[in-house]
Design a protein around this ligand. Structure first.
Ligand code: ATP
Ligand code: MG
Length: 259
């Protein structure tokens, strides 16, 4: 059947499987991310979200399956793909012994950013961390470090962005600002974003579509509102809890879904 979505596919996984010591962290995981779309990856701790991002960044090799970005196989076009992409994680920190501006300058040079100092100053201001520019990165608080990581993620004007829990350690005020900055830049630049969060406010505000993973497999997919409508639950938070506990959107009796 013809694919009704005509937007360019920025990222595609086909039957992506990643095993660790015989256990499948991802199990035949397939999806497409379109240009201009924010796709949320949801699921309990250990569901496979970060593993998926690491495979998509080439940081870990899949056990089987294919990955494509901008229509090219990741394994043979990794450098060209990474130039047009970026990544931020609350749990992967920048070198702590460098000042914030030094770290960002190193990355700006790696990415070949034109006028790197202006670019860095603009991003620090946008994420309201200009006052941290001269601080040692290793001495930042968790929330400060998260915002500096986000500056890094936007340095090369990526077309494709993977954000792994970008609001994890942010206070509600800053989290709200960060969501709005991410959404604004995403719309202005027509970026495709793969986004994870355990905060359903985040997901409902930022994501156009979500995929629920349970033990590395897709158990539900759709817009946040559609998924709630299809379930017997009143909120996305409750859908999340139901899937985390029963392994399925429909399943109410606590059984694992059949393979
Ligand atoms: N390097 C590794 N070696 C062994 N097992 C791993 C490795 N990396 C991940 N795993 C396992 O793979 C599974 C998926 O982990 P992953 O980090 O992808 O989960 P996640 O969905 O990102 O969870 P969280 O919400 O806690 O961040 C977990 O069971 C984890 O223990
Ligand atoms: Mg994770």
């Amino acid at each position: 059947m013809a694919d009704p979505d005509t937007r360019e596919t920025l990222l595609e996984a086909v039957e992506l499987t990643r095993e660790f010591d015989g256990v499948k962290a991802l199990d035949r995981f397939s999806f497409k991310l379109r240009r201009g779309e924010v796709l949320g990856l949801l699921g309990a701790n250990g569901a496979g979200k970060t593993t998926a991002m690491h495979c998509l960044l080439g940081l870990t090799l899949p056990s089987s399956g294919q990955l494509y970005a901008f229509g090219q196989p990741l394994h043979s076009h990794r450098i060209a793909i990474l130039r047009r992409s970026n990544f931020s994680s609350s749990y992967a920190s920048l070198p702590g012994n460098l000042k914030v501006w030094q770290n960002l300058l190193v990355f700006a040079r790696i990415y070949g950013v034109a006028q790197p100092k202006q670019k860095i100053a603009g991003l620090l201001e946008l994420l309201e961390v200009s006052h941290l520019s001269d601080r040692l990165t290793g001495q930042l608080s968790a929330g400060e470090s998260t915002r500096v990581n986000l500056c890094k993620a936007f340095l090369n004007d990526p077309e494709l962005l993977m954000l792994d829990e970008p609001t994890a350690s942010l206070d509600p005020d800053i989290a709200d600002k960060v969501r709005k900055v991410v959404r604004r830049l995403q719309r202005e630049r027509n970026i495709g974003i793969l986004y994870t969060s355990h905060n359903m406010i985040d997901i409902e505000e930022v994501c156009d579509r979500v995929i629920f993973l349970h033990k590395g497999r897709i158990v539900a997919e759709g817009s946040p509102a559609d998924i709630v409508k299809r379930s017997t639950e009143q909120s996305l938070e409750n859908v999340f809890i139901k899937i985390a506990r029963s392994g399925d959107l429909e399943n109410t009796n606590g059984k694992e879904p059949t393979p």
